[in-house]
Design a protein around this ligand. Structure first.
Ligand SMILES: Cc1ncc(COP(=O)(O)O)c(C=O)c1O
Length: 416
């Protein structure tokens, strides 16, 4: 009994605490009631190895229908021919896509972590650490948050990678692919766009269109700007290679694929088809409003020359305030949750990994709770009270809780 009470009390504390926080973690979101209801079902106890209608198990008649529909829905929405909703996370989607096109020892191309790339694209992550690939870095214009097209094309032509995986966890601006598409084609290098952070914005037509710009595969998470259940997806156009991608997902990587995610993902897809444009438009406005106010209050907000941001993210260099780790910790005490981040101008070292120059702020979750530009200004003021003015975290934390009480209802979802 004691153990039971303990665990349920911890779950309640988490539920209540995060409902009273300003959450600015750029990789998180909340599910609507409809998505939550779809998530908790009998499917969470089941297996369905294989692809829809070609399973290694019985009892799959309904997941066959739902998964087939979800695959077709997301393929169509992103302008692809095929989709696979089985990857259980974005990193797993990347693993499966990379495994389909490259073998141990092969060179692949990606951006660096300070430039924003995810650990799964790196030597120490899935690419090198699990698949045994040999990632080389593409050129990146740090000040401007742009791929350096000339340098990157030269690197691709010279090293002839099997694939280039382009995408970022720090992504205030679209990553223009046009500068590297020709080089990739010339050396038969598959171009994968990892859209984890911006999947919802792309879904709504409010960010770049990776297939139109020359990507051949899209990989993603399904729970950042896209408010679905935690999971992953791969979308593709390459008829011959698609079976190879499917074989990578199963049997190479997964056995069960957490079936209950898939109906919930499709529910989130239907909601986004209805509300995604309005939601994403507000995300983009809110991110600019937050960036502008932080800048006005004296913060060193990155990307000023390009209008600060064209995504859900705001990137701030807080070196002069003690670095990303110290700032993130101080804000956490005041119920403002965000994370430290390496910035493109950071050199990787033990010290910068612990305490990098930056913090990364994402507005997608607070936007979903109905916040608009005025609230973004209030959030910037709360941050300034802690980081610049040095107000007491207890006092600011209480003000944050009171402010957040007014924003409890999830928007951009169906009414009851
Ligand atoms: C660009 C990028 N790719 C992949 C991932 C991994 O996604 P997941 O956490 O769903 O495995 C992330 C996670 O934040 C990411 O930012």
């Amino acid at each position: 009994m004691q153990e039971r009470d303990w665990i349920f009390s911890k779950i309640n504390q988490q539920n209540n605490w995060r409902k009273s926080c300003i959450n600015l973690i750029a990789s998180e979101n909340v599910n609507s009631k409809w998505v939550e209801n779809a998530y908790a079902s009998d499917f969470s106890h089941r297996y369905a190895e294989g692809v829809p209608y070609e399973r290694y198990y019985q009892g799959t008649r309904y997941i066959d229908e739902i998964e087939d529909k979800a695959n077709k829905f997301f393929a169509k929405r992103f302008g692809g021919k095929y989709a696979d909703t089985r990857p259980i996370s974005g990193a797993v989607a990347n693993m499966a896509a990379m495994r389909a096109f490259a073998a141990p020892g092969d060179v692949i191309a990606s951006l660096s972590v300070p430039a924003g790339a995810h650990s799964s694209h790196q030597r120490g992550g899935v690419a090198g650490g699990i698949l045994g690939l040999n990632p080389i870095k593409l050129g990146f214009d740090s000040k401007d948050f742009r791929i350096d097209p000339d340098l990157s094309s030269k690197i691709i032509r010279h090293t002839r990678p099997k694939l280039a995986i382009i995408g970022a966890s720090l992504i205030p601006f679209p990553l223009e692919l046009d500068g590297i598409v020709d080089a990739c084609r010339d050396v038969n290098c598959k171009l994968i766009y990892d859209s984890a952070h911006v999947f919802g914005l792309i879904f709504a037509g409010k960010f770049q269109d990776p297939f139109k710009e020359g990507a051949e595969i899209i990989t993603s998470s399904t729970h950042k700007t896209f408010p679905g259940p935690q999971g992953g997806i791969i979308i593709g156009n390459l008829e011959d290679e698609w079976r190879e991608i499917q074989r990578s997902v199963f049997p190479r990587i997964l056995s069960n694929h957490h079936l209950h995610r898939i109906p919930a993902l499709l529910v989130a897809g239907y909601e986004m088809a209805e509300f995604g444009e309005e939601y994403s438009t507000q995300i983009l406005k809110n991110a600019v409003a937050l960036a502008e106010k932080l800048n006005e209050l004296g913060f060193d907000v990155a990307g000023e020359a390009r209008g600060f941001t064209k995504s859900h993210q705001v990137v701030v260099d807080v070196n002069e305030h003690g670095g990303g780790w110290n700032v993130a910790k101080a804000l956490d005490k005041a119920n403002i949750v965000l994370n430290k981040n390496l910035l493109p101008w950071d050199k990787i070292s033990k010290a910068t990994l612990v305490n990098p120059s930056g913090i990364r702020l994402g507005v997608q979750e607070m936007t979903r709770f109905g916040m608009k530009e005025d609230e973004m200004e209030e959030i910037a003021n709360f941050i300034s009270r802690i980081v610049i003015k040095g107000d007491s975290p207890d006092v600011v934390g209480q003000d944050v809780k009171t402010f957040r009480q007014g924003f409890q209802k999830i928007h951009y979802t169906w009414d009851d």
